[in-house]
Write a protein that binds this ligand. Structure first.
Ligand code: HEM
Length: 332
């Protein structure tokens, strides 16, 4: 039972990574409004392709012209997300059903189920509120949170150890703190993408027109518009948003390096040492990919990889937290 549950949880993690990447593809290929309604597409369960269906769709949504490629990208993301939702629901039902016989993390799966439902609502608002940047960024963060919690679920069911009963260690607090810094960096990345701010800062390492950077312009919020596709904020605000993402990458990197050095100096188990090195390796790759995106002028596939690496970095940090909390081997 525990064994099968573990395998399903692992499958859930992989599926969540696919859904997050498909979501990024939908966002970055500007297909977010490929279907102007939700959960269907122009009122159909699939993209309307037959001539008569296209006519019906077009008469019901005269203001949006069907772009089949964008509509398919959007619908494929929704299909995968729906399968993930059903899988999480299944994990939740099993955890509750076998609560007595098998010690499964019921609270964690229930939280995941609530999160999946909220994520579905965010997906709907993304479309109905015409890509409102706060909703788009929230949807990105929701996807990353689901992936993190699913990985935590997998780590929990894959171990026979119990969490430490004693008070939270200094090292655990430090890793949580750095995790918080990383989450801010991911949110800032989502803010860059949601406001289409990437091409407004093309220099490296700083933007070309740094004289336009201003902290105040960051408070110019994208609200009160009908449609947010392709962004509504002025040039200097987008440049500033983009630059802050780069600046916070520096803060994140320093925090991760310091954390890694401190943890490594005290670690004794090989598993834990590898887990620390893995985080550092992912960070170095992520920084190089970030710089390459700018240098190569924002190619879609590389930006997708940037999103994927952010997800990997986040789950690796979650793993570090888990390893400390469950004192795997004599790790901490
Ligand atoms: C720890 C380091 C970093 C993390 C975790 C991170 C994470 C992210 C995330 C999650 C996104 C959103 C992608 C999406 O919408 O799917 C993003 C976007 C972006 N990041 Fe980063 N990033 C990091 C460092 C950097 C660096 C160093 C640069 C540039 C020098 C950079 C440049 C960009 C750009 C240009 C985008 C917007 C892409 C677009 O909208 O086309 N990032 N980042």
């Amino acid at each position: 039972m525990q064994y099968n549950y573990r395998k399903i949880a692992l499958f859930g993690c992989l599926l969540a990574a696919v859904v997050v990447t498909l979501g990024a593809y939908t966002r970055l290929s500007n297909s977010g409004l490929g279907c102007p309604d939700w959960p269907g597409c122009y009122g159909f369960m699939s993209v309307p392709t037959l001539a008569e269906d296209v006519l019906v769709a077009q008469s019901q949504f005269p203001e949006s012209e069907i772009e089949h490629e964008k509509a398919w990208i959007e619908m494929i993301h929704r299909y995968f997300a729906a399968i993930l939702g059903l899988l999480v629901l299944f994990l939740c039902v099993i955890a509750i059903r076998y609560k007595r016989e098998s010690p499964l993390p019921t609270k964690l799966v229930c939280l995941l189920t609530l999160l999946i439902l909220f994520q579905g609502a965010l997906g709907m608002w993304t479309v109905t509120m015409n890509l409102q940047p706060f909703i788009v960024m929230g949807h990105l963060l929701g996807g990353f949170s689901i992936l993190s919690l699913l990985s935590l679920l997998y780590f929990r069911v894959a171990t026979s150890l119990s969490p430490l009963a004693d008070k939270v260690s200094h090292r655990f607090k430090m890793v949580l703190f750095v995790l918080g810094i990383l989450v801010i960096q991911i949110a800032l990345g989502g803010w860059v993408a949601a406001n289409y701010a990437a091409p407004h800062c093309t220099g490296l390492p700083a933007c070309n027109n740094m004289e336009l950077f201003s902290i105040n312009s960051l408070f110019h919020l994208p609200i009160g518009q009908e449609n947010y596709e392709y962004g509504v904020l002025p040039f200097e605000t987008r440049l500033s948003i983009h630059f802050v993402h780069r600046f916070w990458a520096l803060v994140t990197s320093i925090a991760i390096f310091v954390m890694a050095i401190k943890l490594y100096a005290l670690a004794t188990s090989t598993t834990f040492k590898y887990a620390i090195l893995w985080v550092v390796a992912l960070l170095i790759i992520q920084l190089s990919v970030g710089a390459a995106i700018v240098y190569l002028q924002f190619p879609l596939l590389l930006t997708l990889f940037h999103n994927f690496m952010a997800a990997m970095l986040l789950t690796s940090m979650v793993r570090l937290c888990f390893l400390i909390k469950y004192r795997c081997g004599e790790a901490v």
